[in-house]
Write a protein that binds this ligand. Structure first.
Ligand SMILES: Cc1cc2nc3c(=O)[nH]c(=O)nc-3n(C[C@H](O)[C@H](O)[C@H](O)COP(=O)(O)OP(=O)(O)OC[C@H]3O[C@@H](n4cnc5c(N)ncnc54)[C@H](O)[C@@H]3O)c2cc1C
Length: 379
């Protein structure tokens, strides 16, 4: 088993970072979740505590509130957190990189330190009732009136908007232009007049999803991120980061489940049915392939290369690994179905959404076919 999945031989400086982090964790154990405290509120407290120790935004330049270190440092902290079973680093990397890549200097200085500190909680307002896979088909409009825009429309599946302060919003600013060059990105305060956030209760009882109703919402020009009409490249850069196994910290979490399965094989391998044993073997192979792939992506990023459409390969690999892993884990540990203490069942249920969020598996295959393999298109 690869103890630290993305171990690059840990240069001394990284080893020191890991030791510092372990020492800090020993003094700052994960707080207890309060009775009736919603999970996002608990995770927000954890985010702030991690930030107070300097463990958020390690790869963000210091001037914007980070530590100016490398991707490897951020990955090392994700691994350390997973190794001790603590909740992961806040999932803001893809939003931070959208602001870093497209925001003005004034916006970076204003928005990033507060995002990293958890002073502002962000959500992502991309999808709409009729524009999910076909995101460029969005109909939410931001119409310019001098130095401001008036936004009208609706967003859907906006995760945790009810706990958020700001939304990275996509809207169409020029209905006459081709659809990919007529979309702009805004940072929208959710307290703004005309914004209604309506949580939706999912079948598993979670209220992750929200609808956002935008009724004549005034957005200032200073809230436009990037140039007018530059929303599509911003959205694509954001989802590329979102689809990357490194930034989401999933790998370390899968590693813990893989290790549990390996332990079962070691303890009672001979008693397991053949089918189940080979299923576990398949999970281990999937996981090791994903780790090797993530290592390659890390090395590329350290060389300054950022994955574009190739990140769809990461997303497919992650989805396949995660879904097989949790399906197998539930077969091996069926007691998780009734055990409240074990979050395996919750993780299994959430894994079903992996082939949908961040773009469905079918869409990832389309992207790989068209933009990575350049296969001829039927249309
Ligand atoms: C847990 C979770 C969290 C999410 N959080 C957010 C969020 O915070 N912000 C946000 O903006 N969105 C969010 N989403 C929405 C997500 O991005 C969309 O659900 C996703 O892009 C699919 O869009 P859709 O649901 O409209 O499905 P549709 O686009 O209607 O697709 C329905 C089915 O048709 C298939 N399909 C569609 N077009 C094609 C095609 N051209 N070729 C082949 N198959 C096709 C799809 O693969 C899918 O199986 C979240 C979704 C989930 C599940």
């Amino acid at each position: 088993m690869t103890d630290m999945p993305l171990d690059f031989g840990d240069p001394a400086e990284l080893g020191q970072l890991r030791r510092d982090f372990r020492a800090w964790m020993a003094r700052h154990p994960v707080p207890e979740r309060l009775p009736d405290e919603p999970v996002p509120a608990f995770l927000h407290r954890w985010h702030r505590l991690l930030h107070s120790g300097g463990w958020v935004g390690l790869d963000v330049p210091e001037i914007y509130g980070g530590r100016g270190l490398s991707t490897l440092h951020q990955v090392a902290i994700s691994e350390e957190l997973a190794a001790c079973g603590a909740p992961g680093v806040p999932r803001i990397g893809y939003l931070a990189h959208a602001i870093l890549g497209f925001g003005s200097e004034e916006q970076r200085l204003r928005l990033l330190p507060r995002m990293l500190a958890g002073d502002d909680v962000w959500c992502q307002g991309f999808s709409e009732p009729d524009a999910g896979s076909d995101l460029a088909g969005m109909t939410t409009v931001a119409q310019r009136h001098g130095d401001h825009f008036i936004v009208r429309g609706q967003k859907l599946w906006t995760s945790y908007a009810q706990y958020s302060d700001l939304c990275l919003l996509l809207a169409r600013t020029d209905r006459a232009a081709p659809r990919h060059s007529s979309i702009s990105a805004f940072v929208l305060p959710l307290s703004r007049a005309g914004v209604t956030v309506q949580p939706l209760r999912a079948a598993n009882g979670d209220d992750e999803f929200c609808e956002l109703f935008l009724d004549e919402v005034c957005v200032e020009e200073s809230e436009l991120i990037g140039a007018e009409g530059e929303g599509w490249p911003l959205a694509m850069a954001t989802v590329s980061y979102e689809r990357n196994a490194l930034d989401t910290g999933h790998i370390s979490k899968y590693g813990l489940v893989v290790e549990r399965l390996r332990q079962v094989v070691r303890d009672r391998g001979d008693d397991l049915p053949d089918g189940l044993r080979s299923e576990i073997g398949r999970c281990v192979v999937d996981f090791e392939v994903l780790v090797a792939h993530a290592r390659r992506r890390t090395a590329e990023r350290l060389d300054g290369q950022i994955a574009g459409p190739e990140s769809s390969i990461d997303k497919l690999l992650m989805t396949a690994t995660e879904q097989r892993l949790y399906e197998t884990a539930l077969r091996v540990f069926p007691e998780a179905l009734v055990g409240e203490a074990d979050d395996l069942f919750g993780d299994y249920l959430y894994s079903r959404a992996a082939s949908v969020y961040g773009g469905t598996s079918q869409i990832q295959r389309n992207i790989i076919a068209k933009r990575v393999l350049h296969l001829p298109s039927p249309d």
